[in-house]
Design a protein around this ligand. Sequence first.
Ligand SMILES: Nc1nc2c(ncn2[C@@H]2O[C@H](COP(=O)(O)OP(=O)(O)OP(=O)(O)O)[C@@H](O)[C@H]2O)c(=O)[nH]1
Length: 194
Amino acid sequence: MNPETEYRDGLDELASHYKHILTLLGEDAGREGLIKTPMRVAKAMQVLTRGYGMDAHKVLTDALFKEDYNQMVIVKDIDFFSLCEHHMLPFYGKVHVAYIPNGYITGLSKIARVVDIFSHRLQVQERMTLQIKECIEQTLHPLGVMVVVEAKHMCMQMRGVEKQNSITTTSDFSGAFNQAKTRQEFMNLINNKA
Ligand SMILES: Nc1nc2c(ncn2[C@@H]2O[C@H](COP(=O)(O)OP(=O)(O)OP(=O)(O)O)[C@@H](O)[C@H]2O)c(=O)[nH]1
């Protein structure tokens, strides 16, 4: 990380590559409207991939609170934006997380921060789902955890198969969520059917 800015090292080199890419795409990289574009894109890409420099486990372990509550805790509708690792185009949607504490709870915002860290990397939706689940599992040691991700993939909307409305749902779970009844309770609560 460059201490002078919020950006990581290598920004100038990244920008010079984007200038070259503009030329390869058929643009005049020297025209007025594009002068600052390579640096803007470099900065944007560093923001969109900032999760590489962050420790999601530490985010949770730094905010563990001893508590006897042992019913389901749900944080639903966590917005996320990520980049698919195949085309580097956005996929975006919502993450729903449930866990059943086993002596410890974590700060609610920290769950959303974990989602931010794993989504700000080049991803596939399945791996992001698994990483969020594993992070909560390994730090909170809950009685169970379940993660559901619903997303639209721009690589399927803007190009390729060009399907505008398809939504991909992935889920992963452990412990108490191995029981269909517990999974159903979570799904009912996130779908407002409780
Ligand atoms: N499973 C999964 N697939 C993804 C994700 N993001 C993008 N993809 C898919 O990755 C696949 C890459 O397939 P390729 O055949 O190598 O790439 P492509 O020729 O650009 O494929 P099309 O998108 O079908 O044009 C595509 O089917 C994408 O829809 C993701 O998060 N999970």
